[in-house]
Design a protein around this ligand. Structure first.
Ligand code: CO
Length: 148
């Protein structure tokens, strides 16, 4: 495994719409492992491919239980509820702002083997998934910050 550099706000790559991941091979697994190491070293709870310079639709999310979920080509099947909580981002150091997110999310995505998964997420877990999925569409959390 290896640490990757985290792209910081101001770099155009964070504003691009990422492309579908179509290959599920050892290289993808290696990148996901690197992302986990990088996220842990930076003490984050999520990291998306564009944050390490790859314009691909995948991200890793750390659940409240500490489980790591790998979302590849995620799509939202259902979302409901709303809650406002402060968020931060490894690409936007030292900035924490309140963002409104759904409290319930049902997603369809692929795992690193390319298998399709459907799963529900709530509260903190739903928030992390939403934040990371926004990265895949070039959206940063402060774009959605609630005006105080
Ligand atoms: Co982020």
């Amino acid at each position: 495994m290896a640490l990757r550099d985290v792209v910081k706000d101001g770099d155009d790559i964070l504003r691009k719409v990422c492309r579908e991941q179509t290959t599920f091979d050892a290289r993808l697994g290696q990148i996901l492992d690197d992302m986990l190491e990088t996220m842990k070293a930076a003490e984050g709870v999520g990291l998306a491919a564009p944050q390490i310079g790859l314009m691909k639709r995948y991200a890793i999310c750390q659940m409240e239980s500490n489980e790591i979920v790998e979302l590849i080509n995620p799509v939202v099947l259902a979302a409901s509820g709303e809650a406002v909580m402060n968020e931060g981002c490894l690409s936007v150091p030292k900035k924490y702002l309140p963002v409104k997110r759904p409290t319930y999310l049902k997603l369809r995505y692929q795992n690193r083997k390319g298998e399709t998964v459907e799963r529900e997420f709530r509260d903190f877990d739903a928030r992390v998934c939403c934040h990371e999925m926004d990265h895949l569409d070039g959206i940063l959390f402060y774009d959605k910050a609630v005006k105080e």
